[in-house]
Design a protein around this ligand. Sequence first.
Ligand code: GLY
Ligand code: MN
Ligand code: MN
Length: 428
Amino acid sequence: MISEKEYRKRKTRLGRKLKPFSVAVLFSAVQKTRSNDTEYPYRQNSNFYYMSGFKEDSAVLIFVKEAKNFKTYLFVAKKDKTQELWHGKRLGVDKAKELFDVDDIFEFDAFNEKFKKNVVGKHHIYYDFGLDYAKVKLLKRSTKNVLSYENIASYIETMRLIKSKSEIKLIKKAISITKKAHHKAMKRAKKSEYEYQLQADIEYVFRKNGAYSDAYTSIVACGNAANTLHYINNNKKLVQGELILIDAGCEYEYYASDITRTIPVNGGYTKAQTEVYEMVLHVQKEIIAMIKPNVFRSALQKKSEELLCQGMVSLGILNGDVKTLIKEKAHKKYYPHGIGHWMGLDVHDECPYKKLNGNEIPLKPGMVMTIEPGIYLDEEDENIPNKYRGIGIRIEDDILVTKEGCENLSSCIAKEIKEITRKSSSNL
Ligand code: GLY
Ligand code: MN
Ligand code: MN
């Protein structure tokens, strides 16, 4: 859990960064209709949640800054018996006042009036440029004479780069649930008939262990389906002798995990599968070993491309001189994505990779990123040795940068062929 003290600290840090005579506005996510009176599951906007810890919709957090001091106000949906009968209990103003450390709390309906009042005489308005809905339009209409509009999201997303101890704890909890899910899939693969059955096993473990939601749509891709990077149909029959690429991670208390394992359907890897798997695994370990403060993500990317290219040459997937192949980007055909991304409140955590001056942000203790090299060898690609066609392998772990180097937060999830084979061969 993130304490109210930590939320207060975050608000103080942000408030101090705001220019004098400004108002910053953060909106909750909008509840989306699926059809008629049926709604998609609600998930709070990550920046709003990071600053407020408030989970309900129809809420706004504002910072009102004078010359130096600032105040924070939260607007929440009012208690309404009919609404609550259909949609569940609301905290309401009184209860929210007990739980949230802001200067004052009002009903959501009072936002327009209070905002207009507070914006008088202010020079700068901050809001999330990525949002586009009625409230943002209203906000702009009421603030015609300000000097500047600034994107509040980039300030918060920079803060989100470094995870606190309690955030890391939640990420670890998410990973511990995801571990159980992947291990279950390893054990269930040979008894399952369809990809979606493994997906069901995985997501059952998520829910059963208190992870309300997936951090992203699970990918369960057997055989050549693994060569479609965002394969989410998960509706094919599992084929004996093929591999299954499983990219699945739960979200726990708003924090993500993002794990890929590539496992055999029937307990064992063939010789050709083993060759590609060991090559990718070797690269993954080499890249993780490079992670420490002040290293750049671009250096990890470059090294992963070199190593995977080299690996593909030694397997005969690519032919020629590694340097030339890299220069010609020949390896990109089989390794088309990045080595990894920030992870936190969002699976692809919306934190910057570059500073405002365009320079790359180096790794710092407290950052969390994925390391996920992969090789995708399409079954129809006649340039690839026959034995490798149709194999797609990715191995993905979640890594915390520490003072000394890094900690692989998901090292508890089997990834050595021996370990996976042992789990896949057990009877469950
Ligand atoms: N699961 C999404 C990704 O690996 O980036
Ligand atoms: Mn990822
Ligand atoms: Mn992933």
